[in-house]
Design a protein around this ligand. Structure first.
Ligand SMILES: NC(=O)C1=CN([C@@H]2O[C@H](COP(=O)(O)OP(=O)(O)OC[C@H]3O[C@@H](n4cnc5c(N)ncnc54)[C@H](O)[C@@H]3O)[C@@H](O)[C@H]2O)C=CC1
Ligand SMILES: CC(C)CC(=O)C(=O)O
Ligand SMILES: [Mg+2]
Length: 352
């Protein structure tokens, strides 16, 4: 069992340390760990945010655990050299098109949600975000128009096979949950979304046991706050899924709580090859201060053990330990408490 660890920038290394302590505590036999550079850290040492050796390390592993990338000092670099290209490059070059972003209320945390506790307590949803297409990967540039004005553009598109494969993932996920799928798009305005909707409807024919609904993304953003309990599985494109999952995190209570799995078609000896990361970024505003909540990172490790290594019991053990720590009131500044990154890690370890 080989896991590649890519801590990255900002709070990435701090939260990775805590996930690593949890992994070590499990004492899994036959585990081999590699560490690689990504993001601004990699740019500084290798001249590129995703050095070839890091990509090779990822390909040689059964799973990748990824911290976060992003560094304000790199924001003026040419785009292909910016830290974010590491995560985009890994997702696309490893064919990781299906991003699972679960958002579930933790018992005892209802008062920390940005929503009223009785509304927040209903949250148990899974966002299935397409990860290899959309406006993130279309042709983009800045140019000067004939009249001298600067123009930036990013080409948004989805091909039908890209929509179909993520729709299958979402329908299957719904079958394993409460049997409801809501497809989120902007088909009232965008052709990309009209195709998305058409293909999701076509794919539904293979899943008659799943109840399918459609929602425009602006309404979805509102409904997520009004009544998040109505959602079971939400399937959406790369851009909308990015935005809605950050929003869902505050419905639960903190962006420091939401984990994710990026999966593709490759199978390993133990499960699906995948990359696992918190949904948040490198949080430069709190980096180096020992304040970051490592729970999203630790919960990402749990997803890794479940999906890529077939270790369901160990995954559930980690999730239960995080849940207990929260129920016991161990929270950092993001959840109104005073525990630092290491203290939160200690609390999870003590309940493992
Ligand atoms: N997957 C990745 O590596 C991602 C990278 N980024 C990058 O991260 C950098 C910062 O981006 P932002 O827009 O500020 O988003 P961010 O998610 O890094 O931070 C947003 C806010 O949430 C807080 N926060 C995030 N994670 C937290 C944690 N674990 N515990 C406590 N508080 C936490 C931060 O302190 C900040 O106030 C940028 O360079 C961005 O491009 C952003 C999102 C994802
Ligand atoms: C940093 C971006 C490339 C992606 C992002 O915000 C995300 O995947 O959540
Ligand atoms: Mg994001």
């Amino acid at each position: 069992m080989k896991i590649a660890l890519f801590p990255g920038d900002g709070i990435g290394p701090e939260i990775m340390t805590e996930a690593r302590r949890v992994l070590d505590a499990l004492g899994l036999p036959g585990l081999v760990l590699f560490a690689g550079d990504v993001g601004g850290t990699a740019y500084r040492t290798h001249g590129h945010p995703l050095p070839p050796e890091t990509l090779e390390m990822a390909k040689a592993a059964d799973a990748v655990l990824f911290g976060a990338v992003g560094d304000p000092a790199c924001d003026n670099l040419e785009r292909h050299l910016r830290p974010e290209q590491a995560i985009l490059g890994l997702r696309s070059q490893l064919g990781l098109f299906a991003n699972l972003r679960p958002a579930t209320m933790f018992p005892g945390l209802e008062d920390m949600s940005a929503l009223r506790p009785e509304v927040a307590s209903q949250i148990d949803l899974l966002i299935v975000r397409e990860l290899n297409g959309d406006v993130y990967f279309g042709e983009k540039a800045m140019r000067v128009l004939d009249d001298g004005r600067r123009q930036g553009y990013d080409f948004m598109s989805y091909a039908e096979d890209e929509v179909r494969r993520i729709a299958h993932v979402a329908f299957r996920a719904a079958q394993g949950r409460r049997g409801k799928l809501c497809s989120v798009d902007k088909a009232n305005v965008l052709e990309t979304s009209q195709l998305w909707r058409d293909v999701v409807i076509e794919t539904h024919a293979e899943y008659p046991d799943v109840e399918l609904s459609h929602m425009y993304v602006d309404n979805a953003a509102m409904q997520l706050v009004r009544n998040p309990g109505q959602f079971d599985v939400v399937v959406t494109g790369n851009l909308f899924g990015d935005i809605l999952s950050d929003q869902a995190s505050m419905c639960v209570g903190s962006i420091g709580l939401l984990a994710s799995a990026a999966l593709g078609e490759r199978q390993t000896e133990f499960g699906s090859f995948g990359m696992y990361e918190p949904i948040h970024g490198s949080a430069p505003d709190i980096a180096g201060q020992g304040k970051a909540n490592p729970m999203a990172m630790i919960l990402s490790l749990a997803m890794l053990l479940r999906h890529s290594l077939g270790l369901e019991a160990e995954a559930a053990r980690i999730e239960a330990a995080v849940g207990k720590a929260l129920q016991d009131g161990v929270t950092g500044a993001d959840l109104g408490g005073s525990a630092g990154t290491t203290e939160v890690g200690d609390a999870v370890l003590a309940r493992l």
